[in-house]
Design a protein around this ligand. Structure first.
Ligand SMILES: NC(=O)c1ccc[n+]([C@@H]2O[C@H](COP(=O)([O-])OP(=O)(O)OC[C@H]3O[C@@H](n4cnc5c(N)ncnc54)[C@H](O)[C@@H]3O)[C@@H](O)[C@H]2O)c1
Length: 374
């Protein structure tokens, strides 16, 4: 058991809140202009990826021509420095006084890169469940290396969550993005920096997503679908808040390694690795595991996450998302460098076994028995 879990007495903790507005609900996009006005912002550079150009145009139309400096539609995964520089220059040339990021973690990450360079405030309109909008964490990729850091300047000032914008997120991407969010909450529950407020948010965030994702996958229609999308986005908000508030552990370290050094897709990597990372930590963080399992409505945390992914058609094996078996040793070496604090110490042999299980898509079993689905 970890120190955090070892005593029944009142635990000591530090809790810090952040100044951020959250506007939530179907149709809340209509309130975006009022958010800018309330912050005294007059000319927004609207950011998006190329495929989300139409959504960015809709946002621009809602803001009105007088509040829009322009649209920059070149956001891509992992914020390459060249794209960040182009966006920074566009913001300067057009005289923008803020960035409105309409999209997932990649687009919000581009907004953060502009904020880091110029101090321009970011307003986020999230359309996935990744949670970047609730964190002061940024990442910029230069010469193939992603550098991350923390800076309060990049934390979006206002976040407008409108579930109608997530209706177009493809179902499989919704599932993996939702499990990416669950990973933030799961690691928050055993974080050395955890606190009771974040524990409540984490458990509620996992519960909301674990209920919403099957409904989205089942193809709920009409009002039911909007309800499920709203529940998922609510869960993503809570899980993102946990990510932005307390430090992460082994799971996030492994995902940064696999995403950064082996170019595997972000949400899918989280989906595959989370069951294995939870199994690795299970004996060292039993109270956190019990809370995760309860929130999932499953008997076991690690197997519960695996089953959620498997049932909803998401990938469960690294070999299915582009990892090569011969790279597992190198991934293990990189993950062991500058490790994040973790409930169970990192042991090379056990970590290598974890990676093998993730590669093969082994279902973790509470008894420790090996179950290979294929
Ligand atoms: N700094 C942080 O705190 C933090 C947190 C989480 C993720 N991230 C970063 O975010 C990136 C991943 O973000 P992501 O998983 O949200 O994916 P993403 O932003 O890369 O989006 C994936 C794809 O889905 C499309 N898309 C997004 N929303 C859509 C919608 N509603 N309808 C249709 N298509 C839509 C995007 O245009 C893109 O093509 C990674 O680089 C990761 O490192 C950062």
């Amino acid at each position: 058991m970890t120190e955090r879990e070892s005593s029944d007495a009142m635990k000591s903790f530090i809790y810090a809140s952040r100044a951020q507005r959250v506007v939530f609900g179907p149709g809340s996009l209509a309130g975006l202009a009022a958010e800018l006005d309330a912050l005294g912002l007059r000319r927004a550079l609207v950011l998006c990826t190329p495929p989300q150009r139409a959504q960015a145009e809709r946002v621009s139309a809602l803001l009105g021509a007088e509040r829009v400096a322009g649209i920059f539609d070149q956001a891509v995964m992992h914020v390459p420095i060249e794209i960040a520089r182009q966006a920074q220059q566009t913001a300067r040339e057009l005289g923008a006084d803020c960035a409105v990021a309409v999209g997932g973690g990649s687009t919000i990450g581009l907004g953060k890169a502009i904020a880091l360079d110029s101090g321009l405030p970011v307003i986020a309109v999230p359309t996935t469940y990744a949670g970047s909008e609730m964190t002061p964490i940024y990442g910029i990729t230069e010469a193939g290396l992603k550098k991350t850091g923390k800076d309060d300047r990049v934390l979006p000032r206002s976040v407008v969550y409108d579930p109608e914008l997530s209706l177009s997120l493809p179902v499989t991407m919704s599932v993996t993005s939702g499990i990416n969010a669950i990973a933030h909450a799961a690691e928050g529950l055993y974080s050395v920096e955890g606190n009771p407020i974040m524990d409540l948010m984490a458990q509620e965030g996992i519960r909301a997503l674990a209920q919403a994702l099957p409904a989205i996958h089942a193809g709920a229609g009409g009002e039911d679908l909007l309800q499920a999308r709203g529940d998922a986005l609510y869960g993503a908000w809570l899980c993102g808040t946990v990510l932005g508030s307390v430090g992460m552990a082994l799971h996030h370290k492994l995902c940064h390694t696999l995403g950064g050094s082996f170019n595997l897709p972000h949400a899918e990597v989280h989906t595959v690795v989370l069951p294995q990372a939870l199994a690795y930590n299970a004996a060292a963080a039993p109270q956190a595991m019990a809370r995760i399992a309860a929130a999932l409505g499953a008997p076991d945390a690690a197997a519960g996450v695996f089953d959620l992914a498997h049932t909803l058609g998401a990938p469960t094996a690294l070999r299915d998302i582009g990892m090569h078996e011969e790279d597992l040793d190198r991934a293990c070496d990189i993950a062991l460098q500058t490790p994040y604090p973790n409930p169970r110490p990192l042991e090379r042999v056990a970590l290598r076994a974890l990676l093998q299980d993730a590669y093969e898509g082994k279902r973790p079993h509470p008894s420790g028995a090996t179950i290979r689905p294929r």
